[in-house]
Design a protein around this ligand. Structure first.
Ligand code: ADE
Ligand code: ZN
Length: 347
């Protein structure tokens, strides 16, 4: 499908909600709602430095990425048992299903858990069981991407990879997250090279707060297939050309960028410019429990603020399927569902 029929501004939010879409950038630990954090803390006897759900939510006023990460890692400390990881992912999948997400690739941060004595098997089994049930019960295809924490060393990343290898079949790829500035992609050159040899898909956060140079090295040194965030690419015209020419997907997270002060307002977000420049941008929620919205909130609020139209909506959803790590039959089926949605929608 090429040209999309115009849709009135009043009907656009319905189309955004209804259209099938893939989520490619969701840290599953970032989907832990305060209510579930408190429930798991009680179940596991973990003490929290917050008196109540309201008190915790009140702490969600971030000034930059690091101010968020400090609270995010504290929230993850309630995850101990296999069932906790299952319950967290299950809650996310229910939200995703309500938003017509038909495919999701979940990031997880094993080092946050193994450092507390939680076994890699506990983490991966709980998440994987939730992925299997999401397919069977909600019709969502789902897979797992293991992220290395970039504020830690490459040696620790290698140890983490080693611990995960017995569950290689339950992981489709690896990523790189946590504090970006001062931890460039090339710090992880050798471990990414090893993951590439193992046939894992490769992605990395780059150009969230960090400079375009980090996007270049994520591409040229780590050889990633997608860039997570990547919004700082706009500062570098040559990089913009490269990303457009090679159809490198950017997994953009508008509400995250707003809450972490990457842009002062959603109206100033550059998603529309990235798309209009021919880049394969997608919309994602990043850490929805912390940033005030899941997939459809990201779509509806960003469209309302930037004046994007139905053609942009189609392109974003289509990009999400084109950039998914799924087999070609599933990709074609998802794109056919998207086309059918746009053809039958009365705007
Ligand atoms: N871990 C969880 N959310 C993240 C983000 N937005 N950037 C880097 N690391 C993260
Ligand atoms: Zn992220």
């Amino acid at each position: 499908m090429n040209a999309v029929r115009p849709v009135s501004p009043g009907r656009l939010p319905d189309l955004l909600r209804l259209m099938p879409k893939a989520e490619l950038h969701i840290h599953i630990e970032g989907s832990l709602e305060p209510e579930l954090i408190f429930a798991l803390a009680q179940r596991n006897g973990v003490a929290l430095p917050y008196a109540s759900v309201e008190d915790l939510r009140g702490a969600y006023a971030f000034t930059n990425l690091q101010s968020f990460l400090d609270i995010y890692y504290a929230g993850a400390s309630v995850l101990i048992q296999e069932q906790d990881f299952y319950d967290m992912a299950r809650a996310y999948f229910l939200k995703a299903a309500a938003d017509n997400v038909v495919h999701a690739e979940l990031f997880f941060d094993p080092q946050t858990h193994t450092a507390r004595g939680v076994a890699m098997e506990t983490v991966i089994s709980g998440l994987h069981r939730a992925c299997v049930d999401a397919q069977a019960e909600l019709g969502i295809s789902a897979s797992l991407i293991l992220c290395f924490l970039r504020h830690l060393s490459e040696t620790e990343a290698f140890e983490t990879l080693e611990q995960a290898l017995p569950w290689r079949d339950k992981i489709i790829g690896v990523g790189l997250d946590s504090g970006e500035v001062g931890n460039p992609p090339e710090k992880f050159a050798r471990v990414f090279a090893r993951c590439r040899e193992l046939g894992l898909h490769l992605v990395a956060h780059a150009g969230e707060e960090g400079p375009p140079a980090y996007i270049w090295t994520a591409l040229d040194v780590l050889k990633v297939e997608r860039i997570d965030h990547g919004v700082q690419a706009i500062q570098d015209p040559l990089l913009m050309q490269r990303l457009a020419k090679d159809r490198i997907a950017l997994t953009v997270c508008p509400l995250s960028n707003l809450k972490l002060c990457v842009f002062p307002a959603l109206a100033q977000h550059n998603l529309r410019q990235l798309l209009d420049a021919g880049l394969a941008a997608t919309v994602n929620s990043d850490d929805p429990a912390y940033f005030g919205g899941y997939m459809n909130d990201n779509f509806t609020q960003t469209f309302a603020a930037t004046g994007m139209d139905a053609q942009h909506a189609y392109q974003l959803a289509r990009n999400s399927f084109e950039a998914s790590f799924i087999d070609e039959t599933s990709r074609r089926r998802n794109i056919a569902r998207l086309d059918e949605c746009f053809e039958s929608f009365r705007g």
